[in-house]
Design a protein around this ligand. Structure first.
Ligand SMILES: [Zn+2]
Length: 69
């Protein structure tokens, strides 16, 4: 049980860390989805495999809700 909580926190921390790239990714993508090019939509930061040990902006993509899910 404790292990599960720990893993969850790690995931949440990771999400927080990659979300810091949001500002740079907004600039890089010009506020559009980097997969389908959609604009005026909420964009999410997600990591691309292979996921590095330390969050790296070059391993992140900025994508809309449709591409993200
Ligand atoms: Zn998209």
């Amino acid at each position: 049980m404790q292990l599960r909580t720990k893993a969850l926190n790690k995931t949440q921390l990771r999400k927080q860390e990659v979300s810091w790239f949001g500002k740079d990714l907004t600039r890089r993508s010009k506020s559009s989805c980097e997969l389908c090019g959609a604009t005026h939509t909420k964009l999410f930061v997600f990591e691309v495999e292979p996921i590095p040990k330390v969050p790296n902006i070059h391993h992140c993509l900025f994508a809309c809700d449709t591409c993200y899910s």
